[in-house]
Design a protein around this ligand. Structure first.
Ligand code: ZN
Length: 500
């Protein structure tokens, strides 16, 4: 057996008279720290040595970023990452605990403090806005500072702050946004939107006060922005926000405008698609201005894709967006959101939520494969967390979706009842009408439609307020370490692109 060099010096230390009685006892033992493991074959020791060698080779890339791809796992706290990693590994028939998501491999990570100017726990609007503008605001507001007062337009226009995507466009880069939510939902709107209230997505959502005072809905903001700051690529859902209410597509627009038709008139190579096959067929060399709206609202989950075969996956949308944007020799900024992590956590449906952590991992892998870490800064983070808990009681091989089990035998709570490994602080899985819960079976707990139990009953789970992880690789990625404000991520991105 081989012993690390530092153990040899332990014998010398043991002979020193100044070390007192305990060292004298040590001195009587010929080998004060006998190794009981084989350091050549123990997987953790062996992999640890390899990881150390890799870490020692790592040097910060202090160069300028040509491209930035910012990934947001909506509602993806560290709990979602850990549980999502285990789920993703187990879905592939592998050991879940030691499985690695694509972004687990990014070299730098830190913690982001996500609170807003008015709340301990943020929503997605302030959550993304802080990251894309460098300025925190109130819950519900996007692309404006903290002086706004909620759904009131008056005074909000002067609170407007530019987004990094808009600044990138002005500097000659291209910009795009991709999401599995509606494209006017809070997180994607963080790329292009400015509003004191995230709910103003189509004109029919707006109040008379908002219209009178000059605020415009987010769908119009996306399409109508001046060409100098307008998004080049926008892929997601929300068709209803873009077409009139008297249209066969059954839109929400009261102003009679068809914004999809307006998009198509904006450049000679503008393209608009509504299905995965049409998206796949697009020749990126012949498209510079791409709008894809693949659902009336949010995109359906890949778990349920049998009914929705023509909806693209997040990695397919990410790949096409990169192919279109990467033609610009000056570079690009792309925001990609895996939105449904949050939406399914709100329903206490961990199966669907963790599937979307895996979808995010696949999309990040596509971005890593299509770009060069030497000139592309990739950031993966969240706007806020959710109250998911990964509870002990299970042995490694047991499905994370199921009951807590010790090698197939149910672990029991203090009342002698089985319980699930995953549960929530709040949500529809809580005990309606008071405390108490019914014990599920393993078959129920592992099914894709299962609602995990929650401590407190609410129609929709509350977000959670603990810090969220930030993973980064590429130019200036080393600056995203330690504990940071969410708004600091903007500073690093702006610095990486040479805007500071
Ligand atoms: Zn949410």
């Amino acid at each position: 057996m081989r012993f690390p060099a530092f153990l040899a010096s332990a014998a010398v230390l043991a002979l020193s008279p100044s070390l007192g009685l305990s060292s004298m006892v040590w001195a009587q033992t010929p080998d004060p720290l006998p190794k009981t493991i084989n350091v050549k074959t123990n997987i953790y020791y062996f992999q640890g040595e390899q990881a150390l060698a890799e870490a020692l080779k790592r040097t910060p890339n202090t160069g300028r970023a040509k491209n930035i791809i910012l990934f947001i796992g909506d509602g993806m706290g560290i709990n979602s990452v850990t549980a999502g990693r285990i789920f993703a590994g187990q879905q592939r028939g592998l050991d879940g605990a030691s499985y690695e998501l694509s972004f687990d491999k990014l070299p730098y990570s830190g913690f982001s403090k996500t609170y807003s100017t008015d709340r301990l726990v943020t929503d997605s609007a302030n959550g993304i806005s802080a990251i894309t503008t460098g300025v925190k605001t109130i819950n519900g507001a996007i692309g404006v500072d903290g002086t706004v007062v909620g759904p009131r337009c008056r005074g909000s226009l002067k609170a407007r702050v530019p987004t990094l995507a808009e600044e990138a466009k002005l500097a000659g880069l291209s910009a795009g946004v991709v999401t599995t939510a509606g494209i006017t939902d809070a997180t994607p709107a963080g790329a292009y939107g400015h509003t004191p209230y995230r709910g103003w997505r189509a004109d029919s959502d707006m109040t008379a006060e908002a219209i009178e005072n000059g605020c415009i809905d987010l769908a119009r903001q996306l399409v109508e922005a001046p060409a100098a700051i307008r998004m080049d690529v926008a892929l997601g859902g929300d068709l209803t926000k873009f077409v009139p209410d008297n249209d066969p597509r059954k839109g929400n627009r009261a102003d009679g405008r068809d914004l999809t038709a307006e998009w198509l008139k904006q450049t000679p190579t503008a393209t608009y698609v509504t299905g995965a096959k049409d998206l796949a067929a697009i020749d990126p060399t012949k498209t510079d201005h791409l709008l894809g709206l693949f659902a009336d609202g949010d995109l359906p989950s890949p778990v349920d894709t049998a009914e929705h075969y023509d909806v693209p996956t997040l990695d397919e949308m990410t790949a096409k967006a990169i192919d279109v944007l990467a033609k610009n020799p000056k570079g690009y900024f792309l925001l990609v959101e895996s939105a449904s992590i949050d939406k399914w956590h709100h329903q206490n449906n961990a199966y669907h939520a963790l599937t979307d952590v895996d979808e995010l991992s696949k999309a990040v892998q596509v971005a890593m494969d299509k770009t060069d870490a030497a000139d592309t800064l990739i950031i993966v983070t969240a706007d806020h967390s959710h109250g998911l808990v990964l509870t002990g009681g299970s042995t490694r091989e047991e499905p994370i979706m199921g009951l807590a089990r010790n090698h197939g035998k149910d672990s029991l709570d203090g009342n002698g009842q089985p319980y699930t490994t995953l549960s929530y602080a709040t949500g529809p899985g809580g005990p309606k009408g008071g405390p108490g819960r019914s014990a599920p079976t393993e078959e129920e707990a592992t099914s894709p439609g299962y609602t995990q139990p929650a401590l407190v009953y609410t129609d929709s789970a509350q977000h959670a307020g603990e810090d969220v992880p930030v993973y980064a690789g590429g130019p200036q990625a080393h600056l995203l370490s330690g504990t940071i404000e969410s708004s600091f991520i903007y500073q690093v991105m702006a610095h990486a692109l040479g805007f500071k």
